[in-house]
Design a protein around this ligand. Structure first.
Ligand code: PGA
Length: 261
């Protein structure tokens, strides 16, 4: 990544792993390993399950850690009779920084549509959370030659009626569904090619300034052994990491991507 205006982000998506006691050990261990130099080079964020957030907040606050944390989901609603949902206001109270929205597992298992994603992006912004919007194509869509069209239509759907000052601060995670949890990593060139298409689309919807500012992450089977080549692509500004981020040692190696061979 070459644009000095965009600081890289390494984001660990824990999914439904790591309970709150394990989270405390994880954050302590990771914070112990990370140095000022690491934080200067890269923003570090984790997406624990909801049940861990209070514990994570307590350690981050008490020890003034530079690790930030996000929620894996957010309700489109502010409050009310929505059993099982968690609102942006509740997340804001826990000083959650990011809301992950539109992850392919939510789209697949919870039938989330681009309209749902857009409503959640609005809810995140309303409650001062930064939306991290996941988009990306399935294998069938890629094989049919429609990867770019499909991914950009998810992007447009997610950003409907969102004003440009919010878009520049948002984060896009390009995650080809066929590369998630499969060990089947997209090539660095695949990641770059889609990132540039996403950036061009944002420039056409908003402005070049907004497109130059927004951070675009790649996600899908990222690990210490492949992160550097991905991060060397000029339009890739970080990674959203699932499986490999469950191990603090491996997560720290990923955060130190410039030092990898
Ligand atoms: P993975 O998951 O790194 O295990 O492929 C990435 C994600 O789903 O965000």
């Amino acid at each position: 990544m070459t644009n000095e205006n965009r600081k890289p982000i390494m984001a660990g998506n824990w999914k439904m792993n790591i309970n709150h006691l394990e989270a405390i050990a994880y954050v302590n261990k990771t914070a112990y390993m990370l140095t000022e130099k690491d934080y200067d080079r890269t923003d570090v964020t984790i997406f624990p399950p909801f049940t861990d957030l209070r514990s994570v907040q307590t350690i981050v606050d008490a020890d003034h850690l530079q690790i930030t944390y996000g929620a894996q989901e957010i309700s489109a609603f502010d409050s009310g009779a929505y059993t099982g949902e968690i609102s942006g206001a509740m997340l804001n109270k826990l000083r959650v920084k990011y809301a992950l929205i539109g992850h392919s597992e939510r789209r697949a298992y919870h039938h989330e549509t681009d309209e749902n994603v857009n409503a959640k992006v609005k809810a995140a912004i309303k409650h001062d959370l930064i939306p991290m919007i996941a988009i990306g194509e399935t294998l069938e869509v890629r094989q049919a030659g429609n990867a770019v069209e499909h991914t950009l239509s998810q992007l447009v759907g997610a950003l409907k009626d969102i004003r440009s000052n919010y878009v520049g601060n948002a984060v896009i995670a390009y995650e080809p569904v066929w590369a998630i949890g499969t060990g089947e990593v997209a090539t660095p060139q695949d990641a770059q090619d889609m990132s540039i298409k996403i950036r061009e689309k944002i420039a056409s919807l908003y402005s070049k300034e907004v497109a130059d500012k927004i951070r675009i992450l790649y996600g899908g089977s990222v690990k210490a052994g492949n992160v550097k080549a991905i991060m060397e692509q000029p339009d890739v500004d970080g990674a959203l990491i699932g499986g490999a981020a469950l191990d603090p040692d491996e997560f720290v190696r990923i955060i130190r991507w410039p030092d990898q061979p």
